[in-house]
Design a protein around this ligand. Structure first.
Ligand SMILES: [Zn+2]
Length: 197
């Protein structure tokens, strides 16, 4: 058992996670101006000692702060050190979720391509479809977005009543609860097969 040295204190792992979570949230308030190198160095040192639960809290807090800082800001003070926060999220968040579902289009059988799924069906009945099979008339961009004429030309990732199929374990993330690393995985898949580009 390591002993506590002079100038050190011992806290429970749970308390430690709570303290770092509160500290990070405080530093995320608009106008705060923490030194990027200091934060970068310390959060990396702390990270392995923080429980998964608080790690997720911290990642989410940073992602929300960065998203809220997107213009228009309506006179609100900006989030300082945005690049630092974005880097911290990218480097400390967990790896993309593992999955066991067969990720292939049910029509053309293509793999390694963005797929969409029905939103209200049990996982074992879901028919995955690629953009080519699902909506041949739609122009879906590289990020999986298009302007849906049925929705007054609103840009959306929903396609002909289907939602992005982002797998986790033997199922799919709910439409509004996907972790950012898994959204990016889906966005980075090609939208159309290479030969059609
Ligand atoms: Zn297909």
């Amino acid at each position: 058992m390591p002993t506590v040295k002079k100038g050190e204190v011992a806290v429970s792992q749970n308390d430690f996670g709570l303290l770092v979570d509160e500290f990070v949230r405080n530093e995320l308030r608009p106008g705060r101006n923490i030194v990027a190198e200091w934060m970068d160095e310390h959060i990396r040192k702390w990270w392995p000692l923080i429980e998964k639960y608080y790690q997720q809290h911290i990642i989410t807090a940073i992602e929300v702060a960065v998203a809220l800082d997107a213009p228009p800001r309506y006179g609100r003070q900006e989030l300082r050190n945005k690049k630092m926060w974005e880097k911290i999220v990218k480097e400390l968040r967990p790896a993309r979720s593992e999955f066991t579902v067969k990720y292939a289009c049910s029509k053309c059988k293509r793999e390694n391509i963005k797929l969409w799924r029905d939103s209200h069906t049990f996982a074992n009945h879901i028919e995955l479809e690629c953009a080519t099979c699902l909506a041949p008339d739609a122009k879906v961009d590289d990020a999986g977005m298009w302007e849906d004429p049925g929705e007054f030309g609103m840009r959306t990732s929903q396609l002909k009543g289907k939602v992005p199929a982002i797998p986790v374990d033997d199922s799919y993330w709910g439409y509004s609860s996907v972790p950012s690393q898994d959204i990016e995985w889906w966005q980075n898949l090609p939208t159309y097969p290479m030969e059609k580009k």
